[in-house]
Design a protein around this ligand. Structure first.
Ligand code: CO
Length: 672
């Protein structure tokens, strides 16, 4: 280590003017994308990035990550924000620092492979709107899925960063599939595709320090382009891995500003600056400048999002990641899904089933969208399988994977599972071996036609093409054709602080006492807050009187309960509305469903086996169906489930429409 300390102590100081290092480590900041994606479900709003944007632009980051991943989805779905507008807005404040985005290759910013025409248009528009670095990955590390987007990135004169998704099958690097040779070969393949840089994308925070050292050393020996390490903190390994990566000669590392760091996010920048100060890898940042940015984030921004942090744990390290190799976001999704199904007690079974499903599906890396594909199929198996039948409810995405629509898996898919999945599959029962997008029909023109009259420009059209259901809803909000619901509106700092105070009072029991005293004074200007304290739910009314808020009434309430469906003889009790999701994009909040009483329609109900959102009905009222035929496509945790008719007959009633949120056991339609 002594060779790192060449600079004398007297030349060291906190500011930027200290002696420049021989080979300074470059830093990409991921606060404004992966940081809030990891810690608070991607809910960060553009208005909360602006206060630090100009200061961050001065730091000297190699790039700052502002887009991609779940941002595109979450922004239009939950924040009523135009994702394209975010790039353009932030670009006005970041004048020097390049922007980086996470591009899921042919999956773009969605969860399936899109057709080539849409992929090309998307990349062109992202570049045109201000994106500079395209960090491109494929969940299967199948680089045939890069073949369409890379030439467009290059043609637009932008930076192509090729990723290798880091995954393992053993507790540490090694084994038959994911060993050093695997990673070196992937790096060589990326260099051949003219990648400008290579990124080792350790989305679950699994890379151990000495493995990071070995991989980076081996890659640096074989390829000449810079190597970048992206490693989440989740397991607690990454600060150590960062240091070993630096010693192995890594060129760029991802970090977050400290208020957005650690837990399932990334290590913070500040300790790394201090660790390398005065060495030949000195980053050269001004630590006081970083501190001033942190102060704004900490005091003015974070309070608005605190309620979204998964905060009932003391530990900031997630040991489950080491045991089960599940990325942080995937884990919270699984827990959410189980909670909504009233099946949180099945979590250990899920952990046991997960490696089996992953192996059946070709030992694929676990990263969006494969983490969802494996995760939700695992939940389905645990909840719906019995001793007579495995894979009883196979999601549409697993069927697509089995068909080859995502690409080539690391090892072959279990042939029995594959056969079962492809039975009656619409594209054919024989899997493909070509580049997946080759079998996809062009889709942009069709989408443009569908959204005619609503979309104003190509960016709107692409948004709709990638997210037809929620995209259409968003465009209606955007152009004033529909009033956006209350829950997509921004919270002010004032509201956030007020709500925190209420939670504190509720915890102390003070709110309940006031309720009896003030309940009669409920006025017209009451603003209602839903306050969740652990498993308890309070409906709190707040009214502004003479400038200071007065708590007018508090009802320790039953969480709004979805009416149970009397149609089914023994329907289990409807689940409680869940508390706000702790992390990762969650499904739309469950709304009370219109009640359908037994008297309404005679027949056999098709119930939602899980909470989710209706994608489409494949049948209309009056259509006849055969038992086993698909009637409804239900999206749950981003995965589509084809729900089939429980018996043959005629569709008597349809109770929801595309885009509606439904609860478990809601009657989706009745077959008579
Ligand atoms: Co990440």
């Amino acid at each position: 280590m002594s060779e790192h300390n060449k600079v004398s102590m007297t030349t060291m100081n906190y500011s930027k003017d200290r002696e420049k290092a021989e080979n300074p480590l470059n830093i990409m900041d991921v606060t404004l994308r992966d940081g809030h994606q990891s810690l608070f479900a991607t809910r960060g709003r553009t208005e909360d990035m602006i206060p630090v944007a100009e200061l961050m632009d001065e730091v000297g980051f190699w790039a700052t990550e502002t887009w991609g991943g779940a941002t595109f989805d979450t922004m239009h779905r939950f924040l009523n924000e135009d994702p394209w507008e975010r790039i353009r807005t932030l670009k006005r404040y970041f004048k020097k620092t390049p922007f980086s985005m996470l591009l899921r290759a042919q999956n773009l910013v969605g969860y399936r492979n899109y057709a080539d025409d849409l992929a090309e248009a998307f990349v062109e528009r992202a570049a045109e709107n201000g994106m500079d670095v395209f960090r491109t990955f494929d969940a299967l590390n199948d680089y045939r899925n890069f073949e369409t987007v890379v030439p467009v990135i290059k043609r637009c004169g932008k930076h192509f960063q090729g990723c290798i998704c880091y995954t393992m099958t053993e507790p540490r690097l090694g084994g038959d599939v994911y060993n050093i040779d695997y990673y070196v070969n992937k790096a060589l393949a990326l260099e051949k595709m003219e990648a400008d840089t290579i990124c080792i994308k350790d989305m679950a925070g699994l890379i151990a320090p000495y493995d990071a050292y070995d991989i980076i050393k081996a890659i640096k020996e074989k390829v000449s382009i810079p190597v970048h390490l992206h490693s989440h903190f989740t397991s607690g390994l990454s600060p150590m891995s960062h240091l070993k990566a630096v010693e192995a000669g890594v060129d760029i590392i991802d970090t977050c500003m400290s208020p957005y760091a650690y837990r399932t996010s990334h290590p913070a920048i500040e300790p790394l600056v201090m660790a390398l100060m005065g060495t030949n890898r000195d980053i050269g940042f001004d630590i006081k400048q970083l501190a001033s940015i942190n102060e704004i984030l900490e005091k003015e921004i974070m309070p608005k999002y605190k309620h979204l942090l998964a905060d009932n744990k003391m530990s900031i390290v997630d040991i489950n990641v080491l045991l089960h190799q599940t990325p942080g976001g995937m884990l919270s999704n699984l827990i959410n899904q189980l909670r909504e199904m009233d099946a949180l007690d099945k979590i250990d079974e899920v952990y046991k089933e997960l490696p089996k499903v992953r192996k059946d599906l070709g030992q694929i890396p676990l990263v969006t969208p494969t983490s969802q594909i494996v995760g939700i199929q695992t939940v389905n198996n645990v909840l719906f399988d019995d001793e007579n039948e495995r894979y009883k409810m196979i999601t549409a995405q697993v069927k697509d994977l089995c068909y080859g629509l995502y690409g080539k898996t690391a090892v072959p898919i279990n042939s029995e599972v594959q056969k079962k999945a492809l039975k009656g599959y619409s594209r054919g029962e024989e899997p493909i071996t070509c580049r997946p997008a080759e079998v996809l029909e062009p889709e942009l023109a069709k989408a443009q036609e569908e959204v005619k009259g609503l979309a104003v420009d190509i960016d709107d059209e692409i948004l709709y093409a990638v997210y037809p259901v929620t995209g259409k809803k968003f465009l209606k909000w955007k152009y004033g054709k529909e009033e956006p619901p209350e829950e997509v509106k921004a919270r002010s700092l004032e509201d956030a602080l007020k709500e925190q105070e209420l939670v504190l009072k509720a915890r102390k029991g003070e709110l309940v006492e006031k309720a009896t005293k003030d309940a009669a004074e409920k006025g017209e200007n009451i603003r209602e807050f839903n306050v969740f304290v652990d498993d308890e739910y309070f409906n709190v009314g707040v009214e502004e009187i003479g400038g200071s808020p007065v708590i007018s009434y508090v009802q320790p309430a039953q969480a709004p309960v979805v009416p149970a469906m009397p149609v089914a003889a023994s329907a289990p009790a409807a689940p409680k509305v869940p508390a706000p999701a702790p992390a990762a994009p969650a499904p739309a909040p469950v709304k009370p469903a219109p009640a359908v009483s037994a008297g309404d329609v005679e027949g056999t109900p098709l119930e939602a086996p899980m909470p989710g959102m209706i994608v489409s009905y494949e049948k209309e009222v009056g259509d006849s169906v055969n038992q086993g035929e698909t009637v409804v496509i239900l999206e749950a945790m981003k995965m589509e489930n084809a729900l089939t008719a429980p018996k043959s007959g005629v569709i008597k009633s349809i109770n929801f429409k595309s885009g509606d949120a439904v609860a478990k056991n809601d009657v989706l339609c009745v077959i008579g």
